[in-house]
Design a protein around this ligand. Structure first.
Ligand code: AMP
Ligand code: MG
Length: 494
């Protein structure tokens, strides 16, 4: 451990020590005239940092890790990855750096990480840079996910660099400072498994187990147990994405963590009208990463993790295949269970049952048939329990099928023996009224790119309490105007 530095942090860089083969030592690029655009006080305090000190000139330099804070050991991490199904044996951090690890005030080991910090040995044709819009986008989306109770990397700060970045047009450059439980990706395992040092994959797996699933250390089949834990954690995570209508947009294996935190907010978006085929990403021509495909894609990615680990599971390779395949197959059952329970909770059914799961799925079919706004529906249902049918009637117009469903649903809620108001309250506690709606995010990022951060700050503040309805925030709860929704596309943050 090193002595406290000007950053006020004690670094303990276990990844660099344990896995030097996955590290290229590197320094963050200098920023000519850096300006702190947004700072997350809550995350700073969790790390034990003083937000006011981070706002000072020295704090800004420390956030940009140029020069690297005392005790940090910045590295670009090596990893491989399947991108849209095609394997790339060497991706790595082309424009990102792991600055170092710290133990936060809750005793958790956290990676401090930069994105947009300049070209690295993995940059290939890229410029190593990032623009203000996409970095603020990751900030607002990841913080919204956190407020929704979904595991995610966090955003500590976004800083503009003062340098232009060439994209379709010239854009202001920026760096994101993010914090994560780790950056161990499925792609890290794909890389280690193919490394000339055949012991590397075992060292990586042992490191990941110790860091994230230490209770499996004593398991007689620890690598199979580790695989099972990741499969289960990802099944739970993807179910949570699906329950809030989140579309990641670029579920490549290098964008999936074994810690099961959501990572790399590029072309992600929240779905408005419910439809399993919803795709926003401009590069996802085949709809591989469409909303409804996310569970099967997660399982596909986990198969790549299983393949990377299988040589560790048993001396006899063939003997390992069957139990590993069994674990992989269990993803669908686990996912469906998490999703079904969650969906029943969303409609106020506290004790999950087969009939409840069926009833909840019927609602999805009605939403799909009528192109109903996904998020609004659950709040409108709760309102109908309080005797206010107005918003529900405005959402789903003239459907006998829905009228019949609503009647059966009221009966199912009543049969639980709780009052309709109590059921409505528990629904509102888990169904957000405020999500990062595409038109609002777009509006905030456009303004920020032109130097006005007020809409961004306002949006971040609204999304920090997604379940509590506040007067004056009506426009934040509205779906996008149809003209906007029809033409909306998201782009990778390159
Ligand atoms: P992503 O799917 O956006 O997470 O990125 C995929 C790969 O491309 C990673 O290896 C990134 O480091 C790399 N990459 C993305 N944008 C750039 C850039 N502007 N310069 C260098 N590398 C990049
Ligand atoms: Mg990535």
């Amino acid at each position: 451990m090193s002595a406290p530095s000007g950053f006020g942090l004690v670094f303990d860089n276990s990844f660099v020590r344990a896995l030097p083969e996955l590290c290229e030592s590197w320094q963050a690029a200098e920023a000519s005239t850096p300006v702190l655009l947004t700072l997350n006080d809550a995350v700073a305090l969790e790390l034990g940092l003083d937000p006011d000190a981070l706002r000072s000139e020295a704090g800004v330099r420390a956030l940009l890790a140029n020069p690297a804070p005392h005790g940090a050991a910045p590295v670009a991490q090596a990893y491989a990855g399947h991108q849209f199904g095609s394997f790339n044996p060497r991706l790595g951090d082309g424009r990102a750096l792991l600055i170092g690890e710290v133990i936060d005030t809750r005793g958790r080991r956290r990676d401090l990480h930069l994105k947009g910090s300049g070209r690295t040995p993995f940059a290939r044709g890229g410029d190593g840079k990032a623009a203000v819009g996409p970095m603020l986008r990751e900030y607002v989306m990841s913080e919204a996910m956190h407020a929704l109770g979904i595991a995610t990397t966090r955003s500590l700060a976004v800083l503009s660099t003062g340098e232009p970045v060439a994209r379709e047009t010239m854009l202001p450059g920026a760096v994101l400072h993010r914090v994560a439980a780790s950056h161990l990706r499925v792609g890290s395992f794909e890389y280690a498994m193919r490394h000339p040092d055949t012991a590397l994959i075992r060292r990586l797996a042992d490191y990941a187990i110790e860091r994230h699933y230490p209770d499996t250390l004593q398991h007689p089949q620890r690598y199979l147990a580790f695989f099972e834990r990741v499969v289960d954690a990802q099944a739970s995570l993807i179910a949570q994405w699906m329950l809030v209508g989140f579309i990641h947009g670029v579920m490549n294996t290098d964008n999936m963590l074994v810690s099961a935190e959501t990572i790399d907010y590029g072309p992600c978006a929240f779905m408005d009208a419910y439809h399993p085929g919803t795709v926003f990403s401009s590069i996802d021509h085949g709809g591989r990463y469409a909303y409804g495909n996310q569970p099967i894609i997660a399982q596909w990615n986990l198969a790549r993790l299983g393949e990377s680990l299988i040589g560790l599971m048993d001396d006899d390779w063939e003997a390992a295949v069957e139990p590993a395949t069994e674990v992989l197959r269990s993803f669908s059952v686990r996912y469906q269970r998490y999703f079904d329970i969650g969906l029943q909770h969303k409609i106020g059914l506290a004790a999950p049952s087969d009939e409840g799961a069926l009833l909840a799925r019927e609602l999805l079919a009605v939403m799909e048939a009528h192109g109903v706004d996904y998020t609004s529906t659950f709040r409108a249902l709760a309102r109908s329990l309080r005797g206010d049918r107005q918003s529900l009637d405005a959402l789903i117009v003239g459907s006998d099928v829905f009228a019949g469903w609503h009647q059966r649903w009221l009966e199912a809620v009543a049969a639980q023996g709780v009052s309709p108001h109590e059921a409505a309250d528990s629904m509102d506690a888990i169904n957000p009224i405020y999500i990062p709606r595409n038109h609002l995010v777009d509006e905030a990022l456009n303004a920020a790119t032109n130097g006005d951060l007020a809409p961004f700050d306002a949006l971040v503040a609204v999304l920090a309490s997604p379940f509590t309805e506040r007067t004056g925030l009506e426009r934040y709860a509205q779906p996008a105007p149809p003209e906007f929704a029809a033409g909306f596309r998201t782009f990778c943050g390159t």
